[in-house]
Design a protein around this ligand. Sequence first.
Ligand SMILES: [Ca+2]
Length: 229
Amino acid sequence: MKKLHLALSLVIGLSFFTFVEARPKPWLGFWSQICRAVLCENFNSFLDGSVVGQGGWTDRENGNRWLAQGLVFKEGAKALSNFNSMGESIITKNTGRALADGRQSFWVKTQNRASYVSFHSENVQLGMYQGSWDGPSRIVVAFNKNGNVNYIDARTDTRVNFGSYEDDTWNLINIEWRSADKTARYKLNNGSWTDWVPFTGGPSFTGFDAIGLDGANLGIGGVYVDNLR
Ligand SMILES: [Ca+2]
């Protein structure tokens, strides 16, 4: 009798397993939508105009020059633009979810970069921050007037060019970081990864929970940013 019960249990169990396996799995689609970056943002639902105050974005300095707009975008229906001729224009967003190990990508399109005013080594800067733009640890990438893309090597506190980019073209930046040795690596337009390089503020690092964007001294040029993932 016990053997019969066991056999019946097996049959019922297997039948249920087969039934579950055969069902559509909407949660798999949901799972694939889960954001594994500091921020996943496509800007498509934003109202045209200043991004400050929308979707949790805040003004760090002259941030109202970052606009949501639907004329130029990489994905969907909208992207951010910035045509800040002089000085800096900085926005940040803290997601409230710190990643000790993680990744982040950005799509960036400069416009008329020849008209940019040379500004240190960063006309357009994108990055991850700990706490805020002014936090102790950061990973930043910058696009310059001269067509170079750079990161900061914390060992020398200098910007290191690791690629060049085309003006008036959407460029993809991928960044990964790890807490084990407080390093990051970088990739431009699906090229090769750089080596793992120490990022700024490693000794204070616990996790990145903020994103920052800066458009600086763009002259009569500008920049578009879309589809952070
Ligand atoms: Ca978009």
